[in-house]
Design a protein. Sequence first.
Length: 254
Amino acid sequence: MSLGDLLDGVVASEKTLTVFNPVGDVTDRLAAHFSDRNISVTSARSPHGPSNYAVLSTDDTFHTAVAVDDLLDPPEQVEPGFERQQYAPVLDHLDETLFTSYDRDKMLAATREIEHRAWRVGAGHLFSGFQTGDNLRPQQTAYERLGDRGDLSVHAYVYPSERVPQTDSFQLHLARTEEIRNSWFVVYDGNGINDYKCALVAEERPHEAGFTGFWTYDPSTVDYLVNYLQTTYASIESDGTGRRRPLPFPRHLA
C-alpha cells in the first residue's frame, strides 16, 4: 500500500460533528472553522441536553463531546498543534482526519513540530520527504543539526530533478518515483516508544490547491509508514521497488 493508499483510507473515514441545540450561527461558524478538514458539521435538537454542545462521531461510533465555546476559542497553539496537551478535547480525536488546501507555511509548521519532538528525544529515526532538492536546500542546515543530534538517525527523500545538496550529517535517498515527487511527509518512530510516534503525510494533487493529507499519532500507522519507506526506498538511489516484507496495512485505514 502506497502513501496515496493511506490517504485514500483517511478520505473514506469522514467524521461528523453534531451541534446540539445550537444558539445563533455557531453551526455555520464551526463549519467554517473546520472547512479544511474532512468533517461534516450538522445540527440537532435534544430536549434533555444543554445548548451549544457538540458530539464527534464516525458513523455510529461516538468519540467525544465538548462545549462549542471550547472549539471556537481553543488555547493558543501553533497550527496544527501536534502536542496533545494543547488540544481542546475534541481535537484530540481529529488525528487521521483529512485536511485539504494546506499551503507551505502550514505544512512547515506541522513539519517543525515533528522535527522538534525528534530533537527533544534525540534518538530513533526521522524520515522526511521534501519532494525535490530545491525544497531540501533551505532546510539543509536544520537537518544537519538534527542528523548530528545524539543517536537520532535522519533520512531525507527527494526526486533528483536538479542539483541535490551534499551532506554527511544525514542519509539522503534519491527516489525517481512520482510518489516522492508529489509527497510531503515527516515520520518519526519515537525511538520505539509508542507515545512519541507521530507522522504527517500529504501530497500535491492535480487540479487541487495546496496539500491534502493527515497527521497521526497511531503507533500502527507510524510503524507501517516506517516499514513502507524502509522497504520501498531501501537503496540510496531507488526506483521505488523494495524486497522486504511490509507490515500489515493498519486495520482502521483499510
